[in-house]
Design a protein around this ligand. Structure first.
Ligand SMILES: Nc1c(NC[C@H](O)[C@H](O)[C@H](O)CO)[nH]c(=O)[nH]c1=O
Ligand SMILES: CC(=O)[C@@H](O)COP(=O)(O)O
Length: 164
């Protein structure tokens, strides 16, 4: 596989300590472990704190972000950002396209319409091998990438003066 760049120069960190919600889909359990390890390591390295919520599949991830945003408006925990983790591996039917496209669409809707700072670490692959290459912290580390992307969005939101 072509090397996966970590795009280090694109990442910045929030000035204040950030608190994030990691939402992990466990449809593929071992891959979920790898993605979570990458994401939590990146958050810890950045000095951020986090909670983790587990859902069955990637289609459930966006609704959890909505629950959290609604919860915050009712006095619950106000998360600075969100990290979405999951793996969608193509099967024999159209289901792959539904799960891949709709989870991504809903995350983009939340990013743009709700100004939610989201790192999308949902893999969409043709097979297990592609997924592992991307999930392993020692290789693609897409969980870590998504966490660093979420932190970058939190920093940019603060920098541009958007209400938190
Ligand atoms: N096939 C995959 C799924 N499918 C499950 C859905 O995400 C969802 O949980 C179900 O339709 C119930 O609402 N999810 C993944 O994350 N990865 C897959 O490969
Ligand atoms: C996401 C998928 O495509 C997969 O888990 C479902 O497989 P299939 O399309 O063979 O039912």
């Amino acid at each position: 596989m072509a090397g996966i760049s970590q795009h280090g120069k694109a990442f910045i960190r929030p000035k204040q300590k950030a608190h994030l919600l990691v939402i992990e889909a466990r449809f593929h359990d071992d891959l979920a472990d790898a993605l979570l390890e990458g994401a939590t390591s990146a958050l810890e390295e950045a000095g951020a704190t986090y909670d983790v919520v587990t859902v069955p599949g990637s289609l459930e991830i966006p609704a959890v972000i909505t629950f959290a945003l609604d919860g915050a408006s009712q006095g619950g925990t106000a998360y600075d950002g969100f990290v979405a983790l999951g793996t969608i591996i193509r099967g024999d039917t159209y289901h792959f396209d539904i799960v891949a496209n709709e989870s991504s669409r809903a995350l983009m809707d939340l990013s743009v319409q709700e100004a939610a700072c989201i790192g999308n670490g949902i893999l969409t692959t043709e097979n297990d091998a592609q997924a592992w290459t991307r999930a392993r912290r020692s290789e693609g580390d897409k969980g870590g990438f998504a966490a660093r992307a979420a932190l970058t969005m939190i920093a940019l939101k603060q920098q541009l003066g958007a209400p938190s």
